[in-house]
Design a protein. Structure first.
Length: 117
């Protein structure tokens, strides 16, 4: 299943947005091993947001919007702060350890993609 994901650098706190076809865990491992040019110098990285889609095209369309539109930066920060600072006490560390956890109802209501925060 295709994913859009946001990683945060533990080195400089910057965010990185990416997509992958299916193996999100493997993709994050590639980032942290330094095998991805764009994040190699920003390691280590942690997963702070993930959303799955029906098609890779849909995931890439949202990725493009987050990276290249005027509203994308604000939305990216909102997605991360919602995922990390939810009222249910979830944190980025617990989320990356529990990738199979259920999303909150508010995370999935009315959204085209399928959030899995």
């Amino acid at each position: 299943m295709p994913y859009l994901y946001i990683l945060q650098s533990l080195k400089d706190n910057n965010l990185y947005i990416g997509t992958c076809k299916a193996d999100l865990d493997g993709r994050i491992k590639r980032h942290n091993k330094g095998l991805v040019k764009s994040t190699k110098s920003r390691r280590p990285l942690k997963l702070v947001y993930q959303e799955f889609f029906d098609t890779l095209s849909e995931a890439r369309k949202k990725e493009w919007g987050l990276k290249y539109t005027p509203w994308g930066g604000k939305l990216k920060k909102k997605l991360v702060s919602t995922a990390v600072g939810s009222s249910k006490g979830r944190t980025a560390d617990s989320e990356s350890a529990n990738l199979g956890s259920n999303p909150s109802p508010t995370a999935v209501e009315g959204k085209k993609g399928h959030k899995h925060t």
